[in-house]
Design a protein around this ligand. Structure first.
Ligand code: LLP
Length: 430
């Protein structure tokens, strides 16, 4: 990011010009910043250790163009639904680099995944072993599987995005009476290749304690499985969850802060227990795309309530960024067209949806705001576009990929016709 002639530039592009050219609301993704995160992962993890892989969690930001960047990097892809899988198929993402997660995969989704030949399916429920074995047998295929376990660690994050605790809809609890019969079945199933265990402890973590505690639990489990079933697992997946910087109060730890001590534990365990080193996979989503993305909105109505608050309204809001309303998430922002002006007032940036929680940023310092100014929100690259909705029949914004001064549209703005394209008036109402 830099400032030229009073305008904010993002990856070499004038954001005010982008707003004019593509309209607002607009998501702007910097290819250089995404690639910088890839580069950090390469040095901190991929090139540093043997048998490690990165599977980008596409839920954070899944578009055809993004998947091309992931493929170019040689990374795998984590998908959790037919829609995410279909996006991967349409992007020609190599099947042998796709992992399929999800706590309630339908028969149709599993069939689509197995037909496409996805690399791994992460089993997340007690019915799935039988189901996958049955589908794989019918298709005469072998499917590589891992079990997502709930490692019972408490992650220091918003409870809505904490997933590693026992009382969770995700994963299989490490209760011997629940987990081991499933493991035994998977080991014996003729069409399953049981590889090992997966966990994901939570999201937006700035502290590695939960990850490290879960690694210990997964390694203990590997040892127990070897003793109990005479079976050596060959892969562990430690999920994602690495936090990013939304405001100056947040810390973004380097990937190595998480991956180095996790790998140390794995390597020490292998040596101590004479255990062959398993493959280790991580599934970062947010940490790859969040800080690469910004959102641009145009300021419309301004409402001053003397001695109370000044509301400045934007032409989007919770429909393109649900995170403040859903998780009380905080964001930072500025006026893209007054980027060199000193701040002079405190305002609350509110959205356009009919919902009082539709407040994007409360009490933010900005230069004097006028209708027509362009408000930029930072760190919206993850879980912004991917969680966008059509509430109030607002249209899902366009997404632009910027790279060293060049801007390309990668998602078109929804049209009003598209907003109602699936609706049907039955004959009885005509
Ligand atoms: N792997 C699994 C199995 C997951 O469930 C998730 C996220 C990830 C990887 C990627 O986690 P990340 O690296 O992005 O933290 N909508 C919420 C986040 C939900 C995350 C759900 N699972 C938010 O906007 O904060």
């Amino acid at each position: 990011m830099d400032i030229r002639n009073g305008h904010l530039f993002w990856d070499g592009c004038d954001t005010v010009a982008l707003a004019k050219r593509f309209g607002t609301p607009l998501y702007v993704m910097s290819q250089s910043l995404i690639e910088a995160r890839f580069a950090e992962l390469q040095t901190d993890f991929v090139a540093k250790y043997e048998k490690v892989r990165v599977a980008y969690a596409s839920k954070a930001f899944s578009t055809l163009a993004m998947l091309k960047l992931v493929e170019k990097q040689g990374y795998s892809l984590d998908v959790v639904s037919d829609g995410e899988l279909y996006t991967a198929i349409k992007a020609d993402f190599p099947a042998e680099h796709i992992e399929f997660n999800g706590n309630n995969k339908s028969v149709e989704e599993l069939e689509l995944a197995i037909d496409y030949g996805v690399e791994r399916i992460i089993i997340d429920s007690l019915q799935e072993v039988d189901l996958i074995e049955k589908i794989a047998a019918a298709k005469n295929k072998t499917v590589a599987v891992l079990f997502r376990i709930t490692p019972e660690v408490k992650a220091a994050t918003h409870s809505f995005i904490s997933t590693g605790q026992k009382d969770s809809k995700f994963g299989i609890p490490i209760e011997p009476a629940i987990l081991f019969p499933q493991v035994e079945k998977a080991v014996q199933a003729p069409h399953l290749d049981f590889l090992g265990f997966h966990f994901h402890v939570g999201s937006q973590l700035a502290d590695n304690t939960a990850h490290l505690a879960a690694v210990t639990i997964a390694l203990d489990l590997a040892k127990i499985v070897r003793e109990k079933f005479d079976y050596t697992i060959t892969e562990l997946n430690f999920g994602g969850g690495f936090g990013v910087r939304y405001t100056k109060d947040d810390v973004r730890q380097p990937f190595a802060y998480f991956t180095d001590p996790m790998m140390e534990k794995v390597l020490a365990f292998c040596q101590q227990e004479n255990f062959p080193q398993p493959a280790v996979v991580i599934e970062p989503g947010r940490s790859i795309v969040a800080e690469a993305g910004i959102s641009l909105h145009t300021i419309g109505a301004i409402k001053e309530l003397p001695a109370i608050r000044k509301y400045v309204s934007i032409d989007g809001g919770m429909t393109d960024n649900i995170r403040p309303g859903l998780y009380a998430a905080h964001y930072s922002g500025m006026l893209a067209n007054k980027a060199d002006q000193p701040t002079s007032e405190v305002v609350t940036v509110s959205g356009k949806a009919c919902e009082s929680t539709d407040i994007l940023v409360k009490d933010i310092q900005l230069p004097t705001v006028a209708t027509g100014d362009i408000f930029v929100t930072f760190t919206t690259g993850a879980y912004g576009y991917s969680m966008a909705s059509n509430y109030n029949k607002l249209r899902i914004p366009a997404v632009v990929l910027v790279h060293k001064g060049q801007a390309e549209l990668i998602v078109k703005r929804q049209t009003l016709d598209q907003v109602i394209e699936n609706e049907v008036i039955p004959a009885s109402l005509k």
